[in-house]
Write a protein that binds this ligand. Structure first.
Ligand code: FPP
Ligand code: MG
Length: 295
């Protein structure tokens, strides 16, 4: 089934009729295809599930191309990013092509499905703007951080689950809530991995989020648990390139205050809530695989 998604994505990109675009698209690493897998599990019998999966994955790929320009990221999924090898202009335009090809293919679906996906892209962009604004200064508010995560990451997963449910005639609200909680939990795990994994596994430098200015949940929890002088030290390292000693200091403080465990507990709670929304063993498995992932 996933092969079908890859084929449709390639077909849509080839329709652009510019070999440079097809060539560049083929160099992208596909990633986990979590969103397409989710669509297949929910709308397993529907003939249009592969097209819906391809649309959502094209939009996701576009958002990452743009995100790497915004974050000035050199690596994506262990490979040099398009902005690093081809420049930001090309990365933005390739993103525009993938995004608009995905959007125009939405006409094949009912209005509610098309609207669900389209609205999620607005939310996604809003989340990215919030992320950029929040990274300007140190943020210690978990609530606003989680709100930003919802928009930046969970909305597209929520929309994928909801639209697949609409396609298959299942209860859209339950599946949307499953997708939302899965998305939030997924991003919290992502933020944890940025701290606990090494560069080789991550495909990007470790502790990169904090260097980029992103105060993810473990940093927020840690900040509130620190004494005043350590609070100041943590703040002083925000958005700076970190020495080996700085990284070790952050990690040892997180270990002492169990900041990773606390973040993981919230991811677990959200995952359990996701599972309780739907009575489906395969969707439970998606959650468990996601919770155990190391990259
Ligand atoms: C990754 O965040 C970024 C996203 C999940 C969303 C990015 C959204 C946009 C750029 C809006 C534009 C959308 C379209 C469709 C063109 P991250 O930087 O925290 O994660 P990373 O470590 O994987 O880079
Ligand atoms: Mg990024």
């Amino acid at each position: 089934m996933l092969e079908r998604v890859e084929t449709i994505m390639k077909q849509l990109v080839d329709e652009v009729g510019y070999s440079e675009v097809s060539k560049l698209f083929n160099t992208l690493s596909g990633g986990k295809r979590l969103r397409a897998k989710l669509i297949f599990k929910i709308a397993s019998t529907h003939k249009d599930a592969p097209l819906l999966g391809a649309i959502v994955e094209l939009i996701h790929a576009a958002s990452l191309l743009h995100d790497d320009v915004i974050d000035d990221a050199a690596l994506r999924r262990g490979k040099a990013s398009v902005n690093a090898t081809e420049g930001s202009k090309t990365a933005i335009m390739l993103g525009d092509i993938l995004y608009s090809k995905g959007f125009s293919s939405l006409v094949a679906f009912d209005k509610e499905i098309a609207q669900t996906i389209a609205n999620s892209v607005t939310a996604l962009s809003k989340g990215e703007m919030m992320d950029v604004a929040m990274a300007e200064s140190f943020n210690d508010d978990a609530q606003s951080y989680l709100e930003m995560l919802y928009f930046k990451t969970a909305t597209l997963i929520e929309a994928a689950a909801k639209s697949a449910a609409l396609l298959e005639g299942k209860d859209a609200d339950s599946y949307a809530l499953y997708g939302k909680n899965l998305g939030l939990s997924f991003q919290i795990i992502d933020d944890i991995l940025d701290i606990v994994s090494d560069e080789a596994t991550l495909g990007k430098p470790a502790l990169n989020d904090y260097v980029e200015g992103k105060c993810t949940l473990p940093y927020i929890y840690l900040y509130h648990d620190l004494q005043d002088s350590d609070k100041q030290k943590l703040k002083s390292l925000h958005k700076k390139s970190l020495s080996e000693d700085d990284s070790l200091w952050i990690k040892s403080k997180m270990k002492k205050h169990k900041s990773i465990e606390r973040s993981f507990s919230l991811a677990r709670k959200l995952s359990d809530e996701a599972v309780s929304c739907v009575d489906d063993i395969e969707l439970k498995e998606i959650i468990e695989t996601m919770m155990k992932r190391t990259f």
